[in-house]
Design a binder for this molecule. Structure first.
Ligand code: SF4
Length: 285
């Protein structure tokens, strides 16, 4: 019987990002009508972590919008200090969460600092193939993303790194993306499927279910040891019929809401997993 790992997202800041990633509703370049806010209080973060823990989640990801930490300010960067403070507060509770930080570009020293303060893994997605990336983002490079992933590994953090399919990339580019991911060998790979939004410049339709299942199977074949996590797009691609997704190789899901879109209710997802005969992981290894 498969064991499914549950992870929750806590977007501690939202929107107003100066980057122009064409698939992202948090970019200030596009009119996507999302709720924007600056730092959530530490108390609110802990409350959300409790709800996640009570639902069986083992992973808790502190996500900020924006390109990343200020590399010039180094350890004095205020966003870095805030994430470290949140991580310390969470580790001081009795909750035994695996803490992931997702804060964009980061230096080796900044990532070491997060590790010292309680962060276990770093999430930074390559998003897509290097050759395709200039078509979906012009304000930063793919190489910059890759370097942050290397920094996370060097700092001794677990690496959570994946991307988003269905942006208009071709099959060859998908293979190129998979090869790049393989060179980093992430312990967890988030798989997102593009969620069309009228405010975004990418006009691709939602991905066809069969094509999405083929991608999951290909990812499982390519990464037999990694945790394959289905993230954004799960509900719009698979609706209420999600069993095949697990059969194709998914063994982790994002529980609850995504960054700017509602997910299924946590209770509904747990009930679905039970109905499929899947066990919920109780240990993060
Ligand atoms: S993906 Fe990240 S860097 Fe790009 S627009 Fe969204 S929040 Fe900004």
């Amino acid at each position: 019987m498969n064991e499914i790992f549950l992870c929750t997202i806590c977007n501690v800041t939202n929107g107003n990002c100066a980057e122009d990633c064409a698939y992202c509703t948090q970019s200030s370049h596009y009119n996507t009508n999302i709720v924007t806010y600056k730092e959530k209080s530490i108390d609110k973060i802990i409350d959300e972590a409790r709800i996640a823990t009570d639902s069986g989640a083992l992973g808790f990801c502190l996500v900020t919008s924006g390109r990343g930490f200020d590399l010039k300010k180094g350890l004095k960067d205020t966003k870095l200090q805030y994430i470290a403070k949140a991580a310390r507060a969470l580790k001081e509770t009795s909750m035994k969460l695996h803490l992931i930080a997702c804060n964009g570009r980061a230096s080796y020293e900044q990532l070491c600092f997060l590790k010292e303060n309680g962060i276990d893994s770093y999430n930074h997605n390559l998003e897509n193939a290097q050759s395709f990336f200039p078509k979906i983002c012009t304000t930063h490079s793919w190489q910059e993303r890759y370097e942050t992933c290397e920094n996370a590994l060097k700092a001794g953090l677990g690496l959570c790194c994946g991307g988003i399919f269905g942006l208009g990339e071709n099959k060859k580019q998908r293979m190129e993306f998979i090869q790049s991911l393989a060179s980093l060998n992430p312990h967890t790979i988030p798989i997102n499927f593009y969620m069309p939004n009228p405010g975004l410049p990418i006009k691709q339709q939602k991905m066809d279910r069969t094509e999405a299942l083929d991608i999951i199977a290909l990812m499982r074949e390519s990464f037999p040891q990694s945790r394959l996590m289905i993230a954004g797009g799960r509900e719009i691609v698979f609706g209420n019929e999600q069993k095949e997704m697990f059969e194709a190789g998914i063994n982790a899901i994002v529980l609850g809401d995504y960054l700017t879109t509602k997910g299924s209710s946590m209770n509904d997802d747990i009930a679905m997993l039970k109905q499929y005969g899947l066990e919920i992981a109780t240990e993060c290894h």
